[in-house]
Design a protein around this ligand. Sequence first.
Ligand code: SF4
Length: 480
Amino acid sequence: MMNNTETENTIELVAEKKTKKFFVETYGCQMNVSDSEIVTALLQKDGYESAASSEDADIVLINTCAIRENAEERVRTRIRDFKTTKKHNPEMIIGVLGCMAERLKTKLLEEEHLVDMVVGPDAYRSLPALIAKIEGGEKAVNVLLSLEETYSNINPVRLAGNGITAFITIMRGCDNMCSFCVVPFTRGRERSRDPESIVNEAKLLFEQGYREVTLLGQNVDSYKWFGGGPKRDFEKVNTESKDLKVVNFANLLEMVALVNPLLRVRFSTSNPQDMTDEVLHTIAKYHNICKYVHLPMQSGSSRVLEMMNRGYNREKYLERIQAIRAIIPDCGISTDVIAGFCSETDEEHKETVSLMEMVKFDYAYMFPYSERPATPAAKKYKDDVPEDVKLKRMQEILAMQRNHSMIGNKADIGKTFEVLVEGHSKRSKEQVFGRNTQNKAIIFASEKHKPGDYVHVRVTNCTSGTLIGELMDAPTPNGL
Ligand code: SF4
């Protein structure tokens, strides 16, 4: 039985815990932004308060990316920035979350002495327990990967957004094993989230005033929910059963589109080997599913694609692009390209150039190949394209892409688009910006429109990165 003093101490401890403030700093992809929102929800639920900045925080959580070496270097530099703060406030807790935490595990504690806690992407529910462990004087690590965790019952706390656009994670992990990629090792096996929880999250966001959701997954086209269980439970499910209701990505897209015609739906990322015509027809069918596909190409050479273990070749990639153009004629298309993958020859680089030339992407994310430890490519292949050659190839595709973006934007001059207003332009208070369904940013003058409004804008000018337009009076297709 507790005596009075013990009770008071317990109350004091709880009070102290309740007032502790945390700050999450996010690096890397949209999935990390989404995870930081889940972490914030979990900690707030446990009584911790969000701090406005790392200076005001008792607990600083750095949500990390491991996709490229320089992403990890940035995080290490950031950790070392806290040396003086930690000297003055030894109670301060520094936690490293996400992919870099998962990749390096306890090694991170040995290499970065300021770090108190290392937590992998599937272990965020254990954060309160890990923080308690540190308060008890120990370091804390949880990097266990899960076959089930999708955080489906957590309502993420939207961080620093515009209140109009939000991410919804629909699946976690990846089973693809592209040879250059660290994700299957840092985020584990692929698992899909219960569609009902996804639709409920979309409904809630709409009620809160959000007008666009982006459905996130490493490979959204392989989303699959077998009535009562995620894809990983497939082997346990009798697929012959008449009661079995399978929800694939096309079905999920439709379910979210039906939440409200004023809620735009985007998604990322598609994979050429899995993207079906059914998905494309669903995009075409619903006005509020954005006419935009991000389809990573990585290389234009079938030999290099095979080494990358991408599951498609040059012809298959082109066939998927043709399918997009046939089924959704006004679709915006962007891509990812890696320059200088192991053993890539000049000829093979030219194949990448020629495929980019054929497709003329609206936008491309381009990177020189960066070997990641423990990936299949690091084990099997030599990173043998010299850095100066990689950079030269990069510059060539960068310049070509800038030109293609400019050509595409110029072709939009004179066209009128439905635009969802996202905010005011940084340059002028009289100007607002938004995006069209093809995901192109448009700036135009308007004093009366606010974020969340749908408007019609006619394009009058452009740069390679932005369309410039004027407001039209006509009602939008959404009837506003
Ligand atoms: S699809 Fe390939 S590149 Fe994308 S996360 Fe999975 S393994 Fe990595």
